[in-house]
Design a protein around this ligand. Structure first.
Ligand SMILES: Nc1ncnc2c1ncn2[C@@H]1O[C@H](COP(=O)(O)OP(=O)(O)OP(=O)(O)O)[C@@H](O)[C@H]1O
Ligand SMILES: [Mg+2]
Length: 216
């Protein structure tokens, strides 16, 4: 546990997040661990004295058991009011603009950005988790990438640590950099206990980018 904390601490310092107004959490795909990693990152940020305002601007596949939602989990981790975390709770387990249409709603980037910024107090750290991956649609008029750009926040990229993730990570870095967004850190999230012998995505990424990397 201590080693884990030290690794988090060194990574966090390198990312520059402690001096940032917030972050935009994205992934190489849906289900790669943005929330799982995010709640741990929130705990570490709080240990460094930050007060976190978590936001999930739209959550699809809204679970009947609220404790299973990203919104509730992020709120719990941050000690925040779940009512302020997510303004768009959507039943269908589809990309948010499509799930919203099925519910007779229209999501716009401006509306999502406003929902992210509402109720954020001065000095709070804005922690925004997107939906799906960086180029997944988030509103009728934009992708996750567009909201990250609108908010101007540094991006934290989560990937599942598996064969094939290098392609997705490098593509996402290039997409962010084309928009002049900073990818402040990358987290390799090992969801499976056993991986192919010899796989070392951490070493392979270190050779190809200078962004702070953390493997969980
Ligand atoms: N390192 C891990 N160890 C064990 N379980 C994990 C790990 N990472 C993720 N999970 C589990 O995998 C599932 C998907 O993770 P998570 O919900 O964090 O993904 P996500 O990227 O936030 O998905 P979404 O796109 O729906 O927001 C969850 O059930 C989560 O608890
Ligand atoms: Mg999530």
């Amino acid at each position: 546990m201590q080693t884990l904390c030290l690794e988090w601490g060194a990574w966090l310092t390198q990312t520059g997040l402690l001096q940032a107004p917030g972050l935009f959490m994205t992934g190489t795909d849906t289900g790669v661990g943005k929330t799982w990693v995010g709640i741990r990152l929130i705990q570490v940020l709080r240990q460094h004295g930050l007060e976190i305002a978590p936001r999930k601007p739209a959550e699809s596949g809204w679970a009947e058991d609220v404790t299973q939602t990203d919104t509730w989990q992020l709120a719990q981790a941050a000690g925040a009011d779940p009512q302020q975390v997510c303004a768009n709770r959507l039943q269908a387990a589809l990309a948010p603009p499509r799930a919203a249409r099925l519910a007779g709603k229209t999501l716009t980037l401006g509306g999502l950005a406003a929902a992210c910024l509402a109720h954020v107090q001065a000095g709070q750290f804005l922690f925004v988790e997107g939906a799906g991956g960086f180029y997944s649609p988030l509103a009728e008029d934009g992708l996750n990438a567009d909201l990250a750009e609108w908010l101007g926040l540094p991006v934290i990229l989560v990937t599942e640590d598996r064969v094939g993730c290098l392609n997705h990570v490098l593509l996402t870095i290039e997409a962010a950099q084309r928009r002049n967004l900073t990818v402040a850190g990358i987290i390799l999230n090992r969801q499976q206990a056993s991986v192919p012998a010899g796989m070392d995505n951490l070493a392979d990424l270190r050779e190809r980018c200078s962004i702070p990397l953390l493997q969980l």
